[in-house]
Design a protein. Sequence first.
Length: 59
Amino acid sequence: MLSLSKAETSVLQRSDTRQRLAAQGTDLVAMPSAQLAEKLRRETQVYGDIIKRFGIKAS
């Protein structure tokens, strides 16, 4: 059975997938799941602080 991570990597390595994402302005960066989790944790903190500082509310 193919793992989700391996399937995702396989799809993202296809030239047609990369071309479609590039056309949408997406820049692919591969990283291990633990590194991605840490990046998301840091970004959530940074943007959460910005949202609080400026009183940004969803409408």
